[in-house]
Design a binder for this molecule. Structure first.
Ligand code: DQA
Length: 191
């Protein structure tokens, strides 16, 4: 009996809500459709030859593999409630397509180590100009303490910032900065 009564009450409440909600909505009193909780979405792109980390010139790039770096980033993402995707490619066009896709997939922020494409790629520069996704440029080595050709970047002037010379920690520092940047941007949007 009680169950039947409760059910009848529920139907009544639901009918009342059905009639009230559209009125509130029209008057802009509140948005009855709850905004889905949006996690910060960060993409990390690793450029050419970074799949060789660990074996490749360890005196310059350190002994950690890319898998270890990604694992560390994933730990930081979990600790901060951030969604992380990682991508590595040795091909310029694939990196361009990945940046274009990031625009469609609502990636809020990109961390990129463009590796050698830093110094050559107008195509990657144009992809960032086209999508307008904010990004940090990262280098394991200090590119300013090396050959002259590494001192020019086609991306730095578009980047939110550049982190270079801290080995694996360059990525982790960039990740921290990216989280702060995303939090500040979302605060500005809700003010
Ligand atoms: C690098 C520096 C680039 O000059 C070089 O071509 C790389 C790696 C770095 O992480 O230090 O491949 O981006």
């Amino acid at each position: 009996m009680k169950i039947v009564d409760n059910f009848a009450n529920l139907v009544l409440i639901s009918q009342k809500l059905d009639s009230i909600l559209p009125i509130c909505e029209n008057r802009g009193l509140f948005n009855p459709v709850l905004e889905p909780f949006q996690m910060t979405n960060i993409l990390v792109i690793h450029g050419p030859n970074l799949n060789m980390l660990g074996k490749r010139e360890p005196e310059v790039y350190g002994s950690d593999t890319l898998a270890v770096i990604n694992q560390n980033l994933n730990q930081m993402a979990d600790q901060n409630g951030v969604q992380l995707q990682t991508f590595q490619s040795n091909t310029e066009g694939d990196i361009v397509s990945c940046i274009q896709q990031a625009g469609v997939k609502e990636i809020e922020f990109i961390i990129i180590n463009p590796a050698a494409y830093t110094h050559t790629s107008i195509a990657i520069r144009d992809a960032f100009l086209a999508t307008r996704i904010p990004f940090i440029e990262v280098h394991l080595s200090n590119v300013y303490a090396r050959e002259e050709f590494r001192m020019h970047s086609y991306l730095s002037d578009l980047a939110v910032g550049v982190i270079s010379g801290f080995g694996k920690n360059s990525y982790l520092l960039a990740f921290e900065a990216a989280i702060i940047h995303c939090k500040q941007s979302s605060n500005k949007r809700t003010q």
